[in-house]
Design a binder for this molecule. Structure first.
Ligand SMILES: [Zn+2]
Length: 229
């Protein structure tokens, strides 16, 4: 990410298609994957990544006979496929079970400060921070841990923060069967902090509001709650 991208990208649902189309950044909020993305098994992928990563280390002049380094290619391959990029595979998508809203609670529900770790798709270094989610029940509710799992699933991909925000929002709308969803993401990008301009203080904010969350009163109630200590 370039430093000029550090701003609050408050985006409404209607803007999305236009926005992305004009930017030539991406054609939609979907992660750009090839149709054959999962033709290989995880095991085959790990074998190949291990070989290629060994070669990268070799090219950099590292001695792979060294005890400390010899297992690194295998560890990196496993970490890519099974951990930090496991959210690329739809097989790992969490199933959101809905419950009847027995208490007839029809106000806003906020889950704030969900910690996430993702990776910038431009540099493959960490993006990390907090996701804040709010929704108004349409008669169904979802377990709080499920909201957390949905966040983690989309975080475990090479990402840009804007897309992560939209993907979480869209999936929550689908899972909760409501348009009334708000998502705010506050993140630190190590590609900005630890390299490039070396700015260690800046944070990037993105937000997505749909349904009732486009109305100022609802939006402000959510934002005030996030900002309260
Ligand atoms: Zn980056």
């Amino acid at each position: 990410m370039k430093p000029k991208e550090i701003l609050l990208n408050t985006r409404h649902e209607d803007d999305i298609t236009d926005d992305l189309g004009d930017d030539h950044v991406a054609s939609s909020y979907d992660t750009p994957l090839r149709p054959d993305a999962f033709a290989m098994s995880d095991e085959e992928k790990m074998k190949k990544i291990e070989g290629h990563f060994r070669e990268i280390m070799n090219i950099m002049g590292l001695d792979l006979k060294d005890d400390s380094l010899s297992g690194t290619p295998k560890r990196v391959a496993k970490m890519f496929v099974k951990e930090i990029f496991s959210g690329l595979n739809p097989a790992n998508k969490p199933h959101a079970r809905l419950f009847e809203n027995k208490y007839k609670y029809d106000q806003m529900l906020v889950e704030k400060d969900i910690t996430f770790y993702s990776h910038c798709e431009h540099h493959f270094v960490p993006i990390f921070g907090k996701v804040h989610v709010a929704y108004i029940s349409s008669g169904k509710v979802i377990g709080l841990s499920k909201i957390n799992r949905i966040v983690q699933y989309y975080a475990k991909r090479p990402q840009v923060q804007e897309r992560l925000t939209v993907q979480i929002s869209k999936d929550l709308q689908k899972a909760l069967k409501t348009e009334d969803v708000g998502v705010v993401v506050d993140a630190t990008h190590l590609c900005v902090a630890s390299r490039g301009v070396g700015d260690t203080n800046s944070k990037t904010g993105t937000a997505y509001f749909s349904g009732k969350f486009k109305e100022n009163q609802t939006k402000n109630e959510f934002l005030n709650y996030i900002n309260s200590k």
